[in-house]
Design a protein around this ligand. Structure first.
Ligand code: 6PG
Length: 471
């Protein structure tokens, strides 16, 4: 019997996706460049409907047609190597799916190249980590719609299901749309993480709350409107002690250098390319970069003085204010993320369905959260909504929580605790709601030194001021 679908790459994500697909009643062909990995999978799962192959030729032959092949290898050169090996063996109408964290520019190029040979290429964002891959990830596939239809039944079965039973997968759009949406998902993930980390830092270093108590605070927060996977795991992380026996909280033994694999940075890079304000995510990328300068920071901490201001607050009240500030920051971050998606949809001609994106992020993925339903509702009410903040639910959050966000940023600033994303959130809110920004003066400066011209508020046209003429 031929396999219904093949998976290339038996590292943990590929293996777990293959097992997930198999568990839904499919026969899965598996292949890995080094045979040992495939043998290992077969040894551990001999009872499963897996068809192992030890050459690309056999692998391709093992699949029913039109072939559906999921590529789960490290994004980049390895993806091209797999495609180049497969290509001569494929037939028109076959579907390749790249499930790696691939840069959307690469996906657009691969989709165009393969399309010329009649091979369909889907770039699919997969979120949820190892366990998500095994039990139900959130999936963001983009590429030819007809190719999506060929794989949709499988993807719907293996994906996470939201509370209302809907699968956390949908056709995102042509060529690179799926990987783009995954990239912004990751940018939002960075923003959420940094907002949480700043909240923790303020409560710990300004309010002096200990780690055990902080764990309880996050667990409590998770019961309310902040309910989400990242708040949940933060509560758990803060309750964990050193696995090597010192008895200390594990967070206190983890080096404060934030690594990254690039997807959040790509999100910021494209926001810059599109000219869309996306400061919360970008500040979270910078926060990781500055954290990496550990040696410099240690040296600077001995030279650069602390602020000399006193801070006045009630610790109990501060906890609630930080919670409100965190939610406010999250709303600004998502408002920016969705604004970026709107710009991208226009620029790349993708016709993204914003409400549906929030819908498929409700379960399975790293940013899964209760409040994504509010985003879906907002776009369902008004599919042309320009900015989430203009939806009544989000306007109300801004109204209720802005003062806490301001106070928290002020307290942190006075105390010398960095809050790059929380303060970016407040600045974004204030910029967005300001009718007249000082860009009038900016335009004058540009016109002064470079004759760059400006528009006027009181008449049509383009103007240049006679700056060098005596008045
Ligand atoms: C997911 C994640 C995942 C990502 C990691 C690491 O949705 O499951 O986004 O795809 O690779 O979170 O990202 P960084 O190493 O850049 O933090």
């Amino acid at each position: 019997q031929k396999a219904n679908i093949g998976v290339v790459g038996m590292a943990v994500m590929g293996k777990n996706l293959a097992l997930n697909i198999e568990s839904r009643g499919y026969t899965v062909g598996i292949y890995n460049r080094t045979s040992a990995k495939t043998e290992e999978v077969m040894k551990d799962h001999s009872d499963k409907k897996l068809v192992p192959s030890y050459s690309v030729e056999d692998f391709v032959k093992s699949l029913e047609t039109p072939r559906r092949i999921l590529i789960m290898v490290k994004a980049g050169k390895a993806t091209d190597a797999v495609i180049d090996e497969l290509l001569p063996l494929l037939d028109k109408g076959d579907v390749l799916i790249d499930g790696g964290n691939t840069n959307f520019h690469d996906t657009i190029a691969r989709n165009a190249r393969l399309d010329k040979s009649g091979i369909n290429f889907i770039g699919m964002g997969v979120s949820g980590g190892e366990l998500g891959a095994l039990h139900g990830p959130s999936l963001m596939p983009g590429g030819q719609k007809s190719a999506y239809d060929l794989v949709a039944p499988i993807l719907e079965k293996i994906s996470a299901k939201a509370e209302d039973g809907k699968p956390c997968v949908a056709y995102i759009g042509p060529n690179g749309a799926g990987h783009y949406v995954k990239m912004v998902h990751n940018g939002i993930e960075y923003g959420d993480e940094q907002l949480i980390d700043e909240s923790y830092d303020i409560l710990r270093r300004v309010a002096g709350i200990d780690v055990d108590e902080l764990s309880n605070i996050f667990k409590e927060w998770n019961k309310g409107e902040l309910n989400s996977y990242l708040i949940d795991i933060t509560g758990d992380i803060l309750s964990r002690k050193d696995d090597l026996g010192s008895g200390k909280p594990i967070v206190d033994l983890i080096l404060d250098e934030g690594a990254n694999k690039g997807t959040g940075k790509w999100s910021s890079e494209d926001a810059l390319a599109l000219g869309v304000p996306q400061s919360v995510i970008t500040e979270s990328v910078y926060a990781r970069f500055i954290s990496m300068l550990k040696d410099e920071r240690v040296a600077a901490s001995k030279v650069l003085p602390k602020p000399g201001l006193s801070v006045d607050f009630d610790a109990k009240e501060l906890v609630e204010k930080v919670r409100e500030a965190l939610y406010f920051g999250k709303v600004m971050s998502y408002a920016q993320g969705f604004e970026q998606l709107r710009f991208a949809s226009e620029e790349y001609d993708w016709d993204l369905k914003f409400g549906e994106l929030a819908q498929i992020w409700r379960e399975g993925c790293i940013i899964r959260a209760q409040f994504l339903q509010n985003i879906t509702d907002a776009f369902e009410k008004d599919p042309k909504l320009t900015n989430l903040l203009l939806d009544p639910y989000f306007t109300d959050i801004a109204k209720k929580y802005q003062d806490s966000a301001r106070e928290v940023v002020a307290i942190a600033t006075k105390a010398g605790i960095p809050v790059p994303t929380l303060s970016a959130a407040v600045s974004y809110y204030d910029s967005y709601r300001t009718e007249v920004l000082p860009a009038n003066l900016l335009q004058a400066q540009r016109d002064y030194f470079g004759a760059h011209t400006y528009k006027r508020v009181d008449r049509e046209g383009t103007f240049h001021y006679p700056w060098y003429k005596e008045q």
